[in-house]
Design a binder for this molecule. Structure first.
Ligand code: NCD
Length: 308
């Protein structure tokens, strides 16, 4: 039962519960009209302490398309946070006004803290460099709808594996399915954190290799997940400038890949995928953004208990 629950970490839902969310998303995609009023009278609060375009607007579009309404802030400076209010107090107040809350915060663990004090479901929309479980729902729904299921794939993940929270959440989520292999492509400085390697990959006996060259992953990959270098998490501008253009996926590289490989990206893109790749039918990152809205519709409908 997902009614009243929070989504803070990708492992919060069982595989069966995830499947229920995906089935509802499929049903919404097939027949959006049938769901256009299920959340009538419900309110989503978006509490965004860190910049966002896609995630916030996708949550808001999702709620509006369910027939509900939205309120919130997209800049911590315009809220009482600038007066020194704690996350705990903000969420206790928001709980009085809304039925579900989506929170993005630069500090790891913030959504978890909010969920302790909240009386409404809290959805983690990104906590620092930690986790981003609704991007993972987006990624999983996209994989499910193109590849059929989550098993037997070679998944290449390229870019900033150290700070990229979408990467951490995706690896965690996919570690629960059988027979996948990861090709982790990053500069030495931006390798995936040790805790993911030890507690997720090694613990579950999942095959993985760490590579520095994207070319070395292109032929084997069934799924290529590109990410940008996370500028805002760097302490030193020079390091960012040195690393930011290390990987650029272009047409020549796409020529090395399987015909049915898919390219995903959580977006925003900076330089890591050249525009010429957008016309390749394997590049499905904008379709992925659309699936993100549908899966958030399904998620919120479940947490609010307005859909079976
Ligand atoms: C991601 C994020 O915020 O972590 N964006 C998103 O939600 N689609 C990825 C990123 O910012 O690079």
């Amino acid at each position: 039962m997902l009614k009243g629950r929070n989504l803070i970490d990708p492992m919060d839902f069982s595989l069966k519960e995830l499947e229920e969310v995906f089935q509802l998303a499929d049903s919404i995609i097939e027949n959006p009209q049938q769901y256009s009023e299920v959340a009538k009278g419900k309110i989503l609060a978006t509490l965004f302490y860190e910049p966002s375009t896609r995630t916030r607007l996708s949550f808001e579009a999702a709620m509006l398309r369910l027939g509900g309404q939205v309120l919130g802030f997209s800049d911590a400076n315009s809220s009482s946070v600038s007066k020194g209010e704690s996350v705990a107090d903000t969420i206790r107040t928001i709980s009085c006004y809304a039925d579900v809350a989506a929170m993005r915060h630069p500090k790891e663990g913030s959504a978890m803290v909010a969920s302790i004090y909240s009386t409404i479901p809290v959805i983690n929309a990104g906590d620092g460099g930690h986790q981003h479980p609704t991007q993972t729902l987006t990624d999983l729904l996209t994989i499910r709808r193109t590849k059929g299921d989550f098993t037997n794939n070679v998944i290449a993940i390229c870019g900033d594996l150290k700070f990229g929270r979408t990467v951490h959440s995706l690896v965690k989520a996919l570690s629960r399915y059988k027979n996948n292999k990861f090709l982790l492509v990053s500069p030495n400085e931006l390798r995936i954190p040790d805790y993911i390697k030890k507690e997720v990959l090694e613990k579950n006996n999942i095959e993985f290799v760490e590579l520095e060259k994207l070319e070395d992953a292109m032929q084997e990959a069934d799924i290529l997940y590109m990410t940008r270098v996370q500028k805002e998490r760097f302490f030193n501008e020079d390091d960012y400038v040195r690393l930011k253009d290390r990987y650029i996926l272009n047409k020549e590289m796409m020529d090395l890949a399987k015909k049915d490989m898919i390219v995903l990206h959580p977006l925003p893109r900076v330089n890591e995928i050249s525009y010429e790749v957008d016309n390749d039918e394997r590049a499905i990152y904008f379709q992925q953004a659309k699936y993100g809205m549908y899966v958030r519709m399904a998620l919120m409908a479940k947490l609010m208990g307005v859909c079976e």
